[in-house]
Design a protein around this ligand. Structure first.
Ligand SMILES: Cc1cc2nc3c(=O)[nH]c(=O)nc-3n(C[C@H](O)[C@H](O)[C@H](O)COP(=O)(O)O)c2cc1C
Length: 329
């Protein structure tokens, strides 16, 4: 096995500038693990452990998908930290970030192809498990999105592939936003050829997912609920049976209905036959319902830790149950 990730290498000059900046920070004598100068890079996709025999196919698929992509310019700009106290220091990217996002998408779709081709092998090895984060907030980078990004980063650290799905954006593209129960069984006509249709296909591949919602009047946002109603066809196909689910929520008030929202998310997943877990993990504690935060979430002292525990739990149970999912797919 090789632990792999796909990355854009930085030029020698850029690496040297970042290293010089690290040296300045080191003078503060913080307890930190610094990335070595020669290893500085922009991660495009984390793969986890990959069978050595698969490496040429992985490289070939990505090369094919990147063929013809014109070159574009990127630079580094600004810095900041995640977590309080800071756990991760980051340096920002500026320039043609739209092209960079396009490159990430192409690499992503190459991996989707590879993973479907080698599914049997991957299932038996537990490689490349897919954990999704579904953001039910209209805010792409709001409180709920922040919680989900922490969760997905942790799932990647465990070895999962992840995807972040911006539910409200996809729902905005539908003519028929609400399910009107137009047919039984559901034919999926209302989302055919739309982003919602694409997202539902991604859901069919998932090993685990984390639903995130802001608290709206003590329960889940209308956007996420309307999207979930569109998963009715997947239910008939048993597509989400035994997929592992967890929930993260953020409310404006300390006692604003976070727990009732979490329960609502969990009920939605249970009706799909999913296996719902809370935020407990070996070495931590048995946990509670999920991560319930008060906005702004980056000043809620415990929330990042609870979200990470939840993500580890989702990954662990998804790993342990991968074979029963394979049976029903
Ligand atoms: C329509 C609506 C209803 C809301 N209801 C509640 C509520 O019942 N309890 C609460 O604590 N916050 C409530 N809020 C505040 C949001 O839950 C809170 O701002 C949340 O953190 C926003 O998350 P976001 O940044 O991901 O969108 C409500 C907000 C809106 C827009």
């Amino acid at each position: 096995m090789l632990r792999l990730f796909w990355a854009v290498n930085l030029t020698v000059g850029v690496k040297a500038s970042v290293a010089a900046f690290q040296d300045e920070l080191k003078e503060f004598r913080v307890h930190a693990k610094w990335v070595e100068q020669e290893n500085l890079h922009l991660t495009v996709k984390f793969l986890g452990d990959v069978e050595v025999d698969l490496v040429p196919d992985v490289v070939g698929a990505v090369r094919l998908n990147l063929k013809g992509l014109p070159s574009f310019g990127l630079g580094l700009h600004g810095c900041g930290s995640f977590g309080r106290p800071a756990r991760v220091l980051w340096v920002g990217v500026k320039g043609d970030t739209v092209s960079f996002a396009g490159l990430v998408q192409r690499v992503d779709s190459a991996f989707r192809y590879i993973f479907s081709r080698f599914k049997a092998l991957l299932v038996s090895e537990g490689i490349g498990m897919l954990i999704l984060g579904l953001n039910g907030s209209p805010h792409k980078n709001g409180n709920t999105a922040q919680l989900l990004r922490i969760a997905l980063a942790e799932a990647e650290r465990q070895g999962a592939r992840t995807e972040f799905l911006q539910v409200s954006e996809a729902m905005a593209g539908l003519k028929q936003v609400y399910c009107v129960h137009c047919s039984t069984p559901c034919k999926g006509t209302c989302y055919e050829g739309t982003l919602v249709g694409e997202m539902l296909e991604v859901l069919r591949q998932a090993d685990g997912m984390i639903l995130g919602s802001p608290v709206y009047f003590g329960t889940v946002s209308g956007q996420l609920k309307s999207f979930w109603d569109k998963t009715r066809r997947l239910r008939k196909d048993l597509a989400l049976l035994n997929v592992v689910g967890g929930s993260v929520v953020s409310g404006g008030s300390r006692f604003g209905g976070q727990e009732s929202t979490t329960r609502a998310l969990q009920e939605m997943m249970l009706v799909q036959g999913m296996t719902v877990v809370g935020d407990g993990y070996m070495g931590d504690d048995a946990g509670h319902s999920g991560a319930c935060a008060k906005a702004p979430v980056d000043s809620d002292p415990e929330v990042a830790q609870r979200v990470q525990i939840l993500a580890r739990r989702v990954y662990q149970v998804a790993y342990a149950t991968r074979e029963i999912r394979a049976l029903s797919r």
